[in-house]
Design a protein around this ligand. Sequence first.
Ligand SMILES: [Zn+2]
Length: 210
Amino acid sequence: MTLLRSKIGLLLACLCGTADAKDSPVEITIDVYDYSGIKSDALLNAQGSAGEILRRAGIDAKWRTCLEPARPASCDSGVDDVTHLVVKILPEPMFRKITTSRDQLGMSVTGRPGGFALDAYVCLERVMNQATLAKTSWTPLLGATITHEVGHLLLGDNSHFANGIMRGPWGLREIKEIGVRRLDFAPQQAEKMRAEVRRRVLNRTASFLR
Ligand SMILES: [Zn+2]
């Protein structure tokens, strides 16, 4: 009886261990290149808002601001690591060159099937205009826009959802919810993103698959 109980205890411990590993937070790095001249405290606020949404989805984001003159040496490391994403914040004239839509706040470059999407773009003026129209602060909206594009990078094609941060396009309701930090990924999307990050960890140096 004692032996049986200890075996059951061991089995339960093993099952718990497996579940914990599967559900534990995962880590990504996001390199931010700002071509719009955002003040550093505003950029930090936006990164903070984005980081909160990602953290609630079980993803810890490590941020690096990579444009001169504040370019840390670490920006040159890990460029072949497919858990490192790059987000470029562009002014309107630059953004217009890469998208035909006038309403789009950001865009992501999807990789080939089975590959790893790494690059996303966000337009600062469009985010600010949208925030003005909704009478809300623009830094959380910038953070949410970055998060939405990171969602596309990790979830792949056709990753819009009926509600939440991956709704496309956002309505006034979503923008208001961003202002009060209430817009999140759906649980199944958060789980899918964590699984994708774990897949990327296993392929950290597989840059040839990009
Ligand atoms: Zn989208």
